[in-house]
Design a protein around this ligand. Structure first.
Ligand SMILES: O=P(O)(O)OC[C@H]1O[C@](O)(COP(=O)(O)O)[C@@H](O)[C@@H]1O
Ligand SMILES: [Mn+2]
Length: 666
């Protein structure tokens, strides 16, 4: 059989399946018309955020206000007809509907009138944000209880006068039957749902800030999200997979910020075994180097600080041992320079790293056997077994890890842009850095694809198998490994920061990517590596805070590189000077917003405070971008081609139409 015939046969099988969905010429033709119409609609809005670092309140706020897009819609409609304050109240009502409703109801004198006016306004905003979607898509987005009525109010087109009466009637009935609050909530939810078509999280949801688990819960409810794993996310995925080294690292990070809440309340992981162990083994041991970083000394009881310091030291020592074990069993990671515990000179209280001797602030490690420094003591081993059990038993953590795997990856190509958290590892000569894998040398996209498959293996390979062990070790490598694409630095100086007072030892040299990616031609080379050639293609990164305080800009390389880690993380705000960048890519172009530090939900609600400081329009398209110009457009075009083939099959009789009365099975 010729190649062509085979193809026709293959197509025919597929077309027969397609014919079950479109059983008649009319059905197939109608779908072609629909799809063709969709192609001409404006591109949906994409919203990019990164480096959230557990700051759930600021995250939820920016998610609610869609980085200013909701306010923008309110402005479009009411800039000339409503005072500033009323516009801000309306916007806040959309962001925090429940709380704002409660507040307004306590103050307004004629509630029915307020309901009438507000419902009318909210429906106008909703109509505006719905206008770039098909009616079918809007219907899908509507909350179940009020779907029919909102659909009716958004789309009915009677003569002006009739419409006014019709409207007024529906609205007054809603108020009369005491459903106004529920209806307002439903419309506001719809606005927030429609205003952003796709959310991209460019990594680092976890660590430092208070409650990454709350962010994860909200992402799991989002209608359309993808995640590019950050080094902190992969660390938690490794912990969920049962890697003791990743677990020790997660706990070390949490103790460092005295952030026990996310572990205990968030994920229900019992820290009592660690506390008991620390209190026993480190009771008469100096733990000054392990004092947690706490922003408000007064809110902590000194006893708690002492306990957390002990727990921090206990887990950090375990971490250094376990990291040593990974380095020793994985020569391919080329991280022997991170074997530090065997380099401690206890007599001189110093350590030699890279040929330099550094005094140590602490050499009191009761569980370290200098002859066998990487071995856990039996008690440490028992403790790690208990902790691993808790991490693996945490239903919520496992749910979140699975979600990160299903919605995430090391990188994403979306509508011409390349999104990844850290870097594409490069050499000083601008070539892609090679990683040795089973005798082969992998670079660029090929390495990232390989790395992603091993990261999946760490969670999904059979427990106890060598594949699973390698996968778990590799998750740790991605977190902090030499030039890992997520980490992009030569080393992670956790040991040095904790134990060596000389800051010269803390330097974590960045991969050459961070020098070269400032050049447009290098960004183009990277984009081409991922098959992206559009003049409007960009790289979107997180990971390295943009020090806007020092005049650094988030847009680099002639506009080809956008770095949106502006510092949601409170601990880093003094360095960045702002509280984060976010990106909006809609049918008009790309816009970067910089945000002020978030002053809390209460302030946002009571004072109608947005934290949007500036919106920098960075790239405006000559023509409005349509769906036909996007990835979805490519898919739709393929669907249209398939449907046209189906039409031909019907017309030539290769496939028979099936009308209702025709019950023939395929
Ligand atoms: O400031 P902290 O929380 O002590 O963390 C410092 C560590 O975090 C890192 O910057 C990694 O975290 P990021 O991915 O957020 O940059 C390490 O390079 C560094 O050693
Ligand atoms: Mn990072």
């Amino acid at each position: 059989m010729s190649c062509d015939n085979k193809k026709v046969e293959k197509d025919l099988r597929y077309l027969k399946i397609l014919s079950t969905q479109y059983p008649t010429v009319q059905a197939a033709a109608a779908e072609i018309i629909n799809l063709q119409a969709v192609m001409n609609l404006p591109k949906g809005t994409e919203h990019f955020m990164s480096d959230l670092h557990g700051e759930y309140e600021a995250f939820l706020h920016i998610l609610n206000n869609a980085s200013g897009v909701i306010k923008e819609k309110v402005e479009v409609l009411y800039k000339n007809t409503l005072p500033e304050k009323e516009r801000a109240i309306l916007a806040t009502l959309i962001y925090y509907t429940d709380a704002k409703l409660k507040e307004i109801k306590e103050t307004v004198s004629d509630l029915d009138e307020w309901y009438r006016i507000t419902l009318h306004r909210l429906l106008e905003v909703c109509r505006l944000v719905a206008s770039k979607y098909t009616r079918a898509k809007v219907r899908q987005a509507l909350p179940k209880d009020f779907a029919y009525i909102i659909d009716e109010l958004l789309h009915t087109n009677y003569g002006e006068l009739n419409k006014e009466n019709y409207y007024a009637n529906i609205l007054s009935t809603i108020i009369e039957v005491e459903q106004a609050d529920e209806f307002i909530i439903a419309v506001c939810t719809t606005i927030k749902r429609l205003v952003v078509d796709r959310l991209h999280i460019v990594g680092d949801i976890f660590d430092r800030g208070p409650r990454a688990d709350i962010i994860m819960d909200s992402l799991m409810e989002h209608h359309s999200v993808d995640i590019q794993w950050g080094n902190h996310d992969i660390l938690w995925m490794g912990a969920a997979a049962g890697s003791r080294t990743c677990i020790a690292n997660v706990l070390n990070n949490s103790m460092n910020y005295s952030n026990l809440e996310v572990i205990e309340t968030g994920y229900g992981i019992n820290l009592r075994p660690l506390a008991l162990f620390a209190n026993e083994v480190y009771q008469n041991v100096n733990t000054d180097c392990f004092r947690p970083k706490i922003s408000d000394e007064n809110s902590y009881n000194p006893k708690d600080v002492l306990l957390v310091s002990r727990m921090h030291k206990a887990i950090a020592v375990i971490l250094f041992k376990l990291e040593g074990q990974i380095v020793l069993r994985n020569p391919s990671f080329q991280m022997e320079d991170r074997l530090l515990l065997d380099k401690i000179d206890y007599g001189k209280r110093q350590i030699v790293i890279g040929g330099t001797a550094y005094p140590l602030a602490d050499t009191e490690f009761p569980t370290v056997d200098p002859q066998n420094p990487y071995q856990l003591s039996p008690e440490e081993s028992e403790l790690m077994s208990q902790l691993r059990f808790s991490f693996q038993q945490s239903e919520k953590l496992q749910r979140h890890a699975k979600f990160l795997y299903s919605k995430g990856g090391l990188y994403a190509c979306c509508n011409g842009n390349l999104l990844f958290h850290g870097c594409i590892p490069m050499n000083m000569d601008e070539t892609f850095m090679a990683f040795g894998v089973n005798g082969e040398s992998l670079t660029g996209k090929t390495f990232l694809d390989y790395a992603e498959s091993v990261a999946r293996q760490g969670y999904y390979a059979k427990p106890g198998s060598p594949e699973r062990q390698l996968g778990k070790d590799f998750l740790w490598f991605l977190w902090c490994g030499k030039h890992s694409p997520l980490f992009g630095r030569e080393k992670m100086a956790t040991f040095e920061r904790l134990l060596i007072p000389d800051p010269a030892a803390w330097t974590e040299s960045k991969n050459a990517y961070y020098i070269h990616s400032k050049k447009e031609e290098v960004c183009l080379k990277i984009l081409h590596e991922f098959g992206l050639y559009s003049p409007h293609s960009h790289i979107v990164n997180g990971h390295i805070p943009v020090k806007s305080k020092d005049g650094e800009l988030p847009v680099k390389a002639g506009g080809r590189l956008i770095v949106i880690d502006g510092g949601f993380c409170k601990a880093y705000q003094p360095t960045t000077g702002i509280a984060g960048y976010t990106l909006i890519y809609n049918s008009y172009g790309i816009r970067i917003s910089s945000h002020e530090p978030f002053g809390g939900v209460e302030n946002a609600i009571r004072n109608n405070k947005d934290i949007l400081s500036t919106a920098v329009v960075f790239e405006t398209m000559e023509d409005r971008i349509k769906i036909s110009d996007t990835d979805v457009g490519i898919q739709i075009r393929e669907n249209i081609e398939d449907l046209k083939l189906l039409l031909t099959a019907y017309r030539t009789g290769l496939i028979k139409e099936r009308h209702n009365s025709n019950t023939d099975k395929m």
